[in-house]
Write a protein that binds this ligand. Structure first.
Ligand SMILES: Cc1ncc(COP(=O)(O)O)c(C=O)c1O
Length: 464
């Protein structure tokens, strides 16, 4: 029975949607079928996915940023095979493992000099939970300040720092003493910190929801204010970190030194969930301050050998293939091409981003016929237009992308950091065609808009 998984896959080929409809999240199945994303993927390599008809898709979603190295990278596979075949002792618990020591050392070498200690966990949200607890314990303060539209994960602590109501609603009381401020607003931040009772300010250097970039003085200002009022500055780099923005950490664009950096996603090499927090020794030594507190925070599976090997392999690939540099270069080329389309199309308002974290924003047109069609769609459901971009990109051009958040006409590209010029051409040609089609009223894209409006109105009316 050594190949029982291969046999299972063969015996049940194509039953994905049926199984999920019966045993998992039925609404997810409905969503995928409604928007025509109901493909059965059978293979993946690099930035490409392949369906059961052997069609090739370019993946600009990369598992929400997990697949920085692309999928099924041979170096990571080899590292994981090494671990499995080495019969290493794993999760002994009353022990300290070699691989976790090595990964900590390698990550800290890539962090600002003030960060000298690592804590490992299993996901982004767990990294945020750790940062919350550590900052409270270190400062002996309760309050945590976060940003409107921020996203830090969906466990109860991280959810208490979520800047979007849609994620929070209906889950009961969240953590007290979590206060939101507008992103990119230093004076509001100062008001929130000036009583010197805030443990931490947590912020994504570039916000994932909407791809909101700070002005150049924001993060340096944040660092100064946190220092002034004794608040710990936590940079949530779960999405922006490990090369995504064309620097290893996004904070490097603004030369700041936070007290903690949260990481996850790309560190997994696309295989084994892993999260971490890099921190100052002051934080580590405050939390783990006595022998009887040596296990005061942690989790059973953290630091497991497979996760640590995946992390080490991910860093090796990033260095060897110069993926940080590639993200910077290809990102720049792609944004240049996109900007030319902004100049060409009235519905296309702007392009923004850094490296390979890119958003394209659409907005109200000037010409009368388009204006009427746009108005109808916006009235039905704000932000619906962005799906008129993502759906044809997928169906007609086999490009997988995502809307950047709720209620906004922003489409986000988060491709693997390995994409090349050919992939860029694929994106630019496809997008040019889709946006050109959006400027034809009546036309097939606006027919799609009408269908989407129907679904949106139905769900607003509470149809299940
Ligand atoms: C900035 C940020 N923080 C935290 C998280 C949560 O990570 P995870 O989904 O691994 O729990 C995410 C996930 O998208 C994120 O983008």
């Amino acid at each position: 029975m050594s190949n029982f998984i291969a046999q299972l896959l063969e015996d049940h080929a194509g039953q994905n949607f049926e199984l999920h409809e019966h045993h998992l999240n039925t609404q997810m199945v409905r969503v995928l079928k409604t928007i025509g994303y109901d493909r059965v993927y059978t293979k993946a390599k690099g930035p490409y996915l392949y369906d059961d008809q052997n069609n090739e898709y370019l993946d600009l979603l990369s598992g929400f940023g997990v697949y920085a190295l692309g999928r099924n990278h041979p170096t990571v596979i080899a590292a994981l095979k090494d671990v499995i075949t080495s019969e290493l002792p794993d999760m002994v618990q009353m022990d300290v493992s070699l691989l976790s020591g090595l990964l900590a050392e390698q990550l800290l070498q890539r962090c600002p000099d003030n960060l000298t200690k690592m804590f490992f966990c299993n996901s982004g949200t767990e990294a945020v939970e750790a940062a919350m607890k550590f900052s409270r314990y270190t400062t002996k303060r309760n309050k945590i300040v976060f940003c409107d539209h921020g996203y830090h994960g969906l466990t109860m602590g991280a959810l208490s720092l979520n800047g979007e109501n849609v994620f929070r609603e209906g889950f009961g009381s969240l953590l007290p003493d979590c206060i939101s401020v507008p992103f990119n607003d230093l004076s509001e931040l100062e008001k929130a910190l000036e009583n010197r009772d805030v443990a931490a300010f947590i912020v994504e250097p570039i916000q994932g929801k909407g791809v909101n970039l700070p002005s150049d003085d924001y993060l340096p200002g944040v660092a100064a204010l946190c220092k002034k009022y004794g608040t710990l500055f936590v940079a949530d780099e779960v999405q922006t970190g490990i090369g995504r923005t064309g620097k290893f950490w996004a904070i490097e664009h603004w030369n700041v030194e936070p007290d903690m950096i949260c990481m996850a996603k790309a560190l997994s090499g696309g295989f084994i969930p892993v999260g971490g927090v890099a921190m100052t020794s002051q934080v580590m030594d405050a939390v783990f301050n006595r022998m009887d507190r040596a296990v005061v925070h942690g989790s059973t599976f953290s630091k497991n050998n497979m996760a640590m090997a995946a992390g080490l392999a991910a860093l090796k690939v990033i260095d060897e293939e110069r993926l940080v540099e590639n993200a910077a270069k290809i990102g720049k080329d792609l944004m240049f091409g996109l900007q030319r389309q902004v100049d060409k199309y009235e519905l296309f308002k702007s392009v923004r981003g850094k490296g390979l974290m890119i958003a394209i924003e659409f907005g109200s047109p000037k010409s009368l016929s388009l204006k009427a069609a746009w108005g109808m769609l916006e009235a039905a459901n704000k932000g619906l237009f962005s799906q008129m971009i993502t759906i044809p990109l997928f169906k007609n051009h086999r490009i997988l992308s995502q809307v950047a958040g709720h209620g906004m006409n922003v489409v986000k590209f988060l491709p693997p950091l390995i994409i090349n010029e050919k992939d860029c051409d694929w994106i630019l040609t496809a997008l040019d065609e889709v946006i050109a089609d959006c400027h034809k009223v009546p036309g097939s894209i606006w027919d799609l808009g009408r269908t989407l409006t129907g679904h949106a109105l139905k769900s607003k009316a509470g149809a299940s």
